[in-house]
Design a protein around this ligand. Sequence first.
Ligand code: FPP
Length: 273
Amino acid sequence: MHIKVPAGLSRKEVEAYSRLDAARLPKHIAIIMDGNGRWAKRRHLPRIAGHRRGVDSVREVITLASNINIPYVTLYAFSVENWKRRPKAEVGFLMALLRRYLKHEMQLFMDNNVRLQYIGRVHELPQEVQERMAWAEKETSTNTGTVMTLALNYGARTELVDAFQSIVKKAISNGGIGHLEIDEDTISEHLYTNKNPDPDLVVRTSGEMRLSNFLLWQLAYAEIYVTQKLWPDFGGVDLLEAIAEFQKRERRYGGLGPGHMVEPGPEEQAVKR
Ligand code: FPP
């Protein structure tokens, strides 16, 4: 069978891509980038060296996702907890890194037709970071390829709190709380992610088996892929391996999946009789 391989892939990525079913790629991949600190520690380097290398992995993964036409990629960059639990100097470094990243990578975003957006309590970030973020979002706003969502000062529980507050606020200005009707769509519409489909695959690096307060509502039916690789060691081929694993899984959404009879079979009929 001849497989059409997209342009721009490395030799190893081409090999890994050829093993995939191109018609069943995930539409939205969410990634918990973990292990920068451990990567640095193993090399007797300061933690910030791991974050710096983490940026190279972001570049590689976004380029690959864009080359193979993954419509949405969401990256967990800073959690709400990160602010409280990390040394001030590290948080300051991460903020400076983000500002620099958005400027330096603009050419890559434009070359790859990537559109940037953010989720999280971004209004709590330093002013100069917010300004750079707004600039980058605007610059890429007419791009039509992969939508890259950066989760910054993000927490799924704070997202739900913000959603419920906004639902109530809207109800008050729309005739009062007595008219409030809430269903799953109402909640989804008030999440930061309301313009994106739910992820169908979530990848976590560095072996931890946790969701760490990431997209808890949206990941309800996502396939979870955990790799031992640390984020700075993760690249395009690793993402393709995660997709291969995703394609091996049978997605059932609470049903029985193919191969199960809906009507009772002859034996069950016999029992009934
Ligand atoms: C997790 O590693 C990583 C982070 C908290 C920050 C993620 C940031 C990057 C990948 C680089 C910057 C990204 C952008 C988009 C500019 P960790 O420090 O928790 O690692 P550890 O668990 O090994 O300590």
